[in-house]
Design a binder for this molecule. Sequence first.
Ligand SMILES: Cc1cc2nc3c(=O)[nH]c(=O)nc-3n(C[C@H](O)[C@H](O)[C@H](O)COP(=O)(O)O)c2cc1C
Length: 214
Amino acid sequence: MSKEEIAAMREEYGSRELRRKDLLPDPIQQFEQWFSEAREAELHEPNALTLSTVGLDGCPASRTVLMKFFNEQGFVFYTNYESAKAKEIEAVPKASILFPWLPLERQVRIEGGVEKVSVAESLKYFASRPRESQIGAWVSNQSSVIESRALLLNKMEELKAKFEGEEIPLPEFWGGYRLVPERIEFWQGGKGRVHDRFLYSREQSDWGIERLAP
Ligand SMILES: Cc1cc2nc3c(=O)[nH]c(=O)nc-3n(C[C@H](O)[C@H](O)[C@H](O)COP(=O)(O)O)c2cc1C
């Protein structure tokens, strides 16, 4: 593909609109509505989000994780508590998450503080995972440098044998984080690049809403 072809890649947006009057006063309810629409539109993994943390050297770091729960308290994902992202969150407990629902010409950006969920909450989710994924959590020393794939596969076999006929326990180095939103922005692509953006910001117990220039 030529450089010119890449430069010429563009989509016209405007299949939908987002107007002030359409917004629900609570951004979590607004998120719920858009999330339902993303599911109804059969988007692939609509719960996949880009999680950006502040790297230990101050450089932002992004990766995809899966949202496994959300409510008024925040947005929950699960990971290894010794991974690079976890170390970054422990150092600076703030993050930005982004849902790229591109076929709907939408994105949702959420920023806020990050906290660990309770062990009880992690345990409940862990217990709902397929056995193979439970063992997977034990196998991977996530983000560390490894010699080969074979090491992981051997460890998987070892652990399968070790836990044979038993419930897989929740590793103490694995669990959930909750992003507690301070700001939530809904973006809807518009005709001629006149997009709609609405930013909800937390104001004590309530939310303020502002329209942002696209
Ligand atoms: C679609 C998709 C879903 C993912 N879901 C998760 C997840 O829920 N939790 C997780 O720890 N990693 C998940 N990953 C892997 C992460 O993107 C990342 O590679 C891993 O967490 C290590 O990141 P870190 O080294 O920055 O900690 C997912 C990757 C993709 C592409």
